[in-house]
Design a protein around this ligand. Structure first.
Ligand code: FPP
Length: 240
């Protein structure tokens, strides 16, 4: 990693992003939805590059495809899946150069064999890196995550004949996606909507939420810093 990266003690250690507004950005410019998503990938590339050089941001989690996104037209779903297939190969050199470790979370059973293979290869190829973690949520839903964890916990509890009353929040949380990371400190949503849309329902319980009107493809580092500034001005009380 870069040695002259700017350091700040109050940067959020874990930033999560709902990258919304690709279609509206494209429509405004009379471009296809695929063009919007392509620009979305470019915006993500820029953010990953930037965050990986910042001392203090350890995890960046992005919502690339939700469990609900399958309801879009075949053409759009294919375009997004095609971009992911490409990215899993084309982005690797730069991710490795920047020391970024990539993790994919979500229900892989709904993905194509080819994509699963490339995901596994990308995770393996970046496994030894010691910089920022980039978590990409694909075919992910917060409710799916919680249901999945509940089933796994139940299975374990039955097998080990555990007393249900002794099960703690931590026992449950270890079965969730992102269990190896601290919860997001800051959750950014672009595109003007003020909701979480089934993203990290459990993990974002105490995240600071930041909403911006900017469409994801137009999201620049100045917009990122606006979010960071607002985060730094907030007082986090965790219910205290
Ligand atoms: C939301 O915009 C964006 C998505 C559903 C897809 C985001 C996907 C990417 C940026 C590509 C991901 C690729 C990799 C490699 C991670 P929208 O289509 O909902 O826009 P709208 O709100 O204007 O309709």
């Amino acid at each position: 990693m870069n040695s002259d990266k700017p350091a700040s003690p109050s940067l959020p250690s874990h930033v999560a992003v709902i990258m919304d507004g690709n279609n509206r950005w494209a429509k405004q410019r009379q471009l296809s939805s695929a063009e919007g998503h392509k620009k979305g990938v470019a915006a993500l590339r820029e953010l990953v590059r930037y965050c990986s050089e910042l001392d203090g941001i350890n995890v960046l989690t992005v919502f690339a495809f939700s469990s609900e996104n399958w309801q879009r037209s075949d053409e759009e779903v294919n375009a997004i899946m095609g971009l992911m297939l490409q990215a899993m190969v084309n982005e690797l050199p730069e991710l490795n150069e920047n020391g970024v470790r990539m993790h994919i979370v979500g229900d892989r059973s709904g993905l194509s064999e080819g994509l699963i293979q490339r995901i596994e290869n990308a995770e393996l190829s970046t496994l030894q890196n010691d910089g920022m973690h980039l978590v990409i949520a694909i075919n992910y839903g917060g409710r799916w995550d919680i249901m999945n964890a509940a089933k796994s916990l139940l299975e374990e509890a039955q097998k080990e004949e555990r007393n249900i009353n002794e099960i703690t929040e931590n026992d449950f949380a270890q079965f969730l996606s992102l269990s190896e990371f601290s919860d997001p400190d800051l959750l950014i949503r672009t595109g003007g909507e003020h909701r979480i849309s089934n993203f990290l329902l459990w993990q974002a319980a105490y995240s600071e939420l930041y909403f911006t009107e900017v469409f994801w493809p137009a999201f620049r580092m100045i917009d990122f810093w606006r979010a960071i500034r607002v985060y730094q001005q907030r007082e986090r009380r965790y219910g205290r």
